[in-house]
Design a protein around this ligand. Structure first.
Ligand code: FES
Ligand code: FES
Length: 163
């Protein structure tokens, strides 16, 4: 299997790694760079736990080869907000609306919503639920997550403090 010495732009920093041709992006992030907020729940593109942004677009990182991500802008949950900066609006809404369920799925859900809501500012509940269909929750359900997503788009319509 070929090996490649590549530069990756991750959370605003250039990082070097030597990767095999078949290394998955999720394994590069977790194993080589210690970014373990990105999880592996299935390895078969079903659960969404591994969702990150590549060039601003939500991508399941178990479905992308590391070599495909070289030179592109990768953001993980660790880089969604600045080191000491405010939470991203999706993070803040998830906190305020009790959308933080298990730590395994939540990072992927936050990354999916951060991309989806930015691109669909007029999304309704149905559209949000459809967007979430690739991010599986097996514990509680989606109501608080959907409430949080709606609060990002319509903070004053949802009651309580703006997020
Ligand atoms: S680990 Fe990537 S979708 Fe489940
Ligand atoms: S949020 Fe992880 S199983 Fe429900």
């Amino acid at each position: 299997m070929g090996q490649h010495s590549l530069t990756f732009r991750i959370n605003g920093h250039d990082r070097q790694a030597r990767v095999a041709s078949n290394t998955l992006l999720v394994d590069l992030l977790r194993r080589d760079f210690g970014l373990t907020g990105t999880h592996v729940g299935c390895d078969t593109t079903q659960c969404g736990c591994c969702t990150v942004h590549v060039d601003g677009e939500a991508v399941k990182s178990c479905t992308m080869l590391a070599v495909q991500a070289a030179g592109r802008e990768i953001t993980t949950i660790e880089g969604l907000s600045g080191p000491d900066g405010p939470l991203h609006p999706v993070q803040e809404a998830m906190r305020a609306r009790h959308g933080l369920q298990c730590g395994f799925c939540t990072p992927g859900i936050v990354m999916l919503l951060a991309d989806f809501l930015a691109r669909h500012p007029a999304a309704d509940e149905k559209a949000i639920r459809e967007a979430l269909d690739g991010n599986l929750c097996r514990c509680t359900g989606y109501q608080h997550i959907v409430d949080a997503a709606l609060a990002v788009l319509q903070p004053s319509d949802r009651g309580g403090a703006d997020v």
